[in-house]
Design a protein around this ligand. Structure first.
Ligand code: SF4
Length: 434
């Protein structure tokens, strides 16, 4: 019997168009039906190079289902190259061409000598979701666009950073910027392909890096392994976004050790950053004390990246108690054990119960049924707002879909990010006592 999923938590693989849009100078060329992109794109900005509403598309119809859409793909790429001055054209296939068996690979191959790079990522919706679509774009870049750096052309200290899935995580821009700042603090050179500092030049710099830094529980592991194999770039895997002093200092120590940064340099950076962080916390100690009954327990309902990062922060830095945490990104089964283990890797021997669940109705039911011993604190998607309000709880919209706030370059990463989470949570909490 057909299963109805309540409250969608991600889009289909073709949402990879947003990962491409986040790279200045790259443009997605869609080989799909006309409705796909309309459903998948957002009007919340892109790389800044093109409007998020500019995407060449073959707009396949019934006739193309019967006779195939390869001719349309060829002319769409040709015309896109005439009217759009991009540095990298990434063709993304939707369900229709992959179901009817269009040979998109051969069509894209015809553009090898076209003067500008044209590559292909097979991102039909049935292949996966926004997270795997992002991985398919990275794989296409690795396999079809990049070559290993010639001997001696590696740049000591150059670090490629991969973390959030652009637009699936609304905080992606600020998060990448903060991660780049942390990397720079240790005297290393960050290379980020997405956002203001990113672009196709940064993509071409990937092979020169000393190593890749992957900050993510599972998204991106396979592309990093592929880059290691094909381009010879080793990678450091850090399993969660570092939020707040405890995790960020741990992260900097691990990064410093991997990169061979002298430990006295690392410790001096940490002392500097922690000094200001705890100065801010101390100034508001009274507020924390007075609002200690704000919530005895909390739940985070988000993708593995945020669920884990915020659970660690709320336990390790704010000493709050975890109720059940929900991971909503359809984490592949092979990674679930390692992701779940991180929820037990908390201070004071605390272990957070975790459930992998994509159905928002079931998550709301579980939150409703739990005894939070007072007001719950729920950090989640817009779908958790109703149940939290019903329980007179404190609610923060931090995961997709985000409809409660506008995010430009806000970030929850690092020391500064931890302070931002505190500001956001306590701004909600103090309203109860006003
Ligand atoms: S699931 Fe298929 S048809 Fe639907 S938007 Fe995604 S690519 Fe298009």
């Amino acid at each position: 019997m057909a299963k109805i999923l309540d409250g969608q938590r991600y889009k289909c693989s073709l949402a990879a168009m947003q990962s491409v849009q986040a790279i200045p100078g790259a443009i997605p060329v869609l080989h799909s039906g006309p409705g796909c992109a309309a459903k998948l794109s957002d009007t919340i900005g892109s790389s800044g190079h093109y409007s998020p509403n500019i995407f060449p598309c073959t707009s396949l119809n019934e006739k193309d289902v019967v006779f195939g859409g390869t001719r349309k793909l060829r002319t769409t790429i040709e015309n896109a190259m005439k009217v759009l001055d991009a540095d990298l054209y990434i063709v993304l296939t939707g369900c229709i061409p992959e179901i009817v068996g269009d040979d998109s690979v051969s069509v894209v191959d015809e553009f090898r000598e076209a003067g500008k790079p044209v590559i292909l990522a097979e991102t039909a919706g049935f292949r996966g979701n926004s997270y795997t679509g992002y991985e398919q774009v990275l794989d296409a870049i690795t396999d079809q666009y990049l070559e290993p750096a010639p001997e001696g052309e590696r740049e000591k200290g150059l670090v490629n950073i991969f973390a959030d899935v652009p637009y699936q995580d609304l905080f992606w821009l600020g998060n990448y910027e903060q991660l780049a700042k942390l990397v720079s603090l240790l005297g290393l050179t960050p290379n980020v392909i997405f956002g203001y500092e990113g672009g196709t030049d940064r993509v071409r710099d990937i092979p020169k890096a000393e190593f890749n830094l992957l900050v993510s529980p599972w998204v991106g592991i396979e592309p990093m392994e592929r880059m290691e194999k094909r381009l010879g770039i080793p990678f450091l895997h850090w399993p969660n976004l570092p939020v707040g002093a405890f995790e960020t200092s741990k992260f900097l120590r691990a990064l410093g050790e991997y990169a061979g940064v002298p430990s006295d340099k690392v410790e001096s950076v940490i002392a500097d950053q922690e000094g200001y962080y705890y100065y801010l916390i101390e100034r508001y100690a009274d507020l924390f004390l007075e609002t200690r009954v704000m919530a005895k327990q909390f739940t985070v309902s988000a993708d593995a990246q945020y669920s884990l990062a915020l659970t660690k922060f709320l336990v390790n830095d704010l000493s709050l108690n975890p109720a059940t945490q929900f991971v909503v990104d359809d984490t592949p089964k092979k990674y679930r054990e390692s992701v779940a283990a991180e929820f037990s890797n908390l201070n004071h021997g605390i272990k957070a119960p975790v459930e992998f669940e994509t159905d928002s109705w079931k998550i709301s039911q579980a939150i409703r049924a739990h005894d939070y011993h007072g007001y719950p604190l729920v950090l989640g998607s817009y779908w958790e707002k109703e149940v939290t309000e019903e329980m007179y709880g404190h609610y923060l919209n931090i995961s997709w879909p985000v409809q409660d706030k506008v995010v430009m370059d806000e970030s929850y990463v690092g020391y500064q990010g931890g302070i931002k989470v505190i500001e956001d949570i306590y701004s909600v909490a103090v309203q109860r006592w006003n």
